[in-house]
Design a protein around this ligand. Structure first.
Ligand code: KG4
Ligand code: ZN
Length: 335
């Protein structure tokens, strides 16, 4: 089978997504975003599971229709096994298992974090091995040494909050609506990043910490609003730009260190926070200084999507790496 056709399903958090890939080329990538969480200011796990149940059949049908692929043409079905929310993962896992059983085709379990990195292989230009990937999402902050499509080593990670959480929690403190990260990014574009100073996280090796910055922002806001209750309102863009710059500096400091120590110049970013315009710009600005070849995914492949799951499944299919019908979700799955 030189050109396997695979249906992939992503349901780890609050996006229900399905994609079809043929011979490593993505034919469709349908994403249903769950608006139900907006009123709660964050993802409510039980509501996410229910919304996945409602979305999954229409999303899969649309992915097959758009790809112009019939069910009987499929060579395998892939799904996100973890990490993610247990109830949300269960929906995709159960659906994929029944689909594979009904069609009598192999099942492929995909690691969501590995898939975020493999999103770089959906389109040209593709990074060369080995490369470093800063994988930044709502649940993870890692520096990964990518030796091959399926051979990855986490060389550094956060010891507390993920950077996506730092974005989201700061946005919440500033009264910005959910989802906080993209809103903070938008506001930051109009502000002065040097207006206020926050501490850049400093952990040993290639590890990160974001809880200190979060607390520093909280105390700073409490102090300032005591003197001037309209402080946030009057300085919103500058606060956003300053916090964003601090988070980016914290991330890139470790990426630079890893690149110099390991002498790896191909550098990529992946995961939801790689959609951040400040991070994308900063990475490009660092490139000439450190002689980096940088890889930044297209916006649609930064946040959760099934195209990246399909890409991982493609390489797993070629290796004959299939799952059993007894597989269950793994909320804390590691790379
Ligand atoms: O990878 P992802 O879609 O889901 C997880 O696996 O967590 O990442 C979601 C995270 C959220 O924390 C969200 O606020 C953040 O990515 N995010 C952003 C931006 N777009 C998404 N953070 C900062 N700036 C953005 N433009
Ligand atoms: Zn993700």
């Amino acid at each position: 089978m030189t050109e396997p056709i695979i249906l992939a399903i992503e349901s780890s958090c609050d996006e229900t997504s399905a994609a079809v890939i043929r011979g490593g080329k993505v034919l469709s990538n349908i994403i249903a975003t769950q608006a139900v969480h907006e009123q709660y200011g964050g993802v409510v796990p039980e509501l996410a599971s229910r919304a996945h149940q409602q979305n999954i059949i229409p999303v899969v049908s649309e992915a097959l229709r758009k790809a112009n692929v019939a069910k009987k043409e499929l060579n395998a079905v892939a799904f996100t096994r973890g990490p993610g929310l247990l109830g949300a993962l269960l929906v995709g896992c159960s659906f994929a298992k029944s689909f594979a059983l009904g069609l009598d085709i192999p099942l492929i379990e995909v690691n969501h974090m590995q898939a975020h990195i493999l999103a770089h292989f959906i389109e040209e230009p593709r990074p060369a091995f080995p490369f470093l990937c800063l994988t930044v999402s709502g649940g993870h902050t890692q520096i990964v040494l990518v030796k091959d499509h399926l051979a990855m080593e986490v060389i550094g990670q956060t010891t507390d909050d993920a950077v996506g959480e730092a974005f989201d929690k700061t946005a919440k403190m500033l009264g910005l609506p959910y989802p906080g990260g993209p809103m903070l990014d938008k506001m930051a574009a109009q502000g002065n990043p040097d207006a206020f100073e926050f501490p850049v996280g400093n952990m040993p090796d290639y590890n990160f910490s974001f809880s200190g910055i979060k607390t520093a922002v909280l105390y700073f806001l409490q102090r300032q609003t005591k003197e001037n209750p309209a402080f946030v309102q009057e300085n919103l863009a500058d606060i956003c730009a300053s916090v964003q710059q601090t988070l980016i500096k914290t991330l890139l400091k470790k990426l630079v260190q890893a690149s110099l120590d390991l002498n790896v110049r191909d550098v990529a970013i992946a995961g939801g926070v790689s959609a951040n315009s400040g991070l994308r710009k900063a990475l490009q600005a660092y490139a000439p200084k450190y002689n980096w070849q940088v890889y930044i995914p297209a916006f649609e492949y930064c946040t959760d999507n099934a195209a990246m799951i399909a890409m991982a499944a493609h390489y797993q299919y070629l290796k004959g790496d299939f799952a059993s019908q007894y597989v269950s979700p793994e909320p804390r799955m590691k790379i």
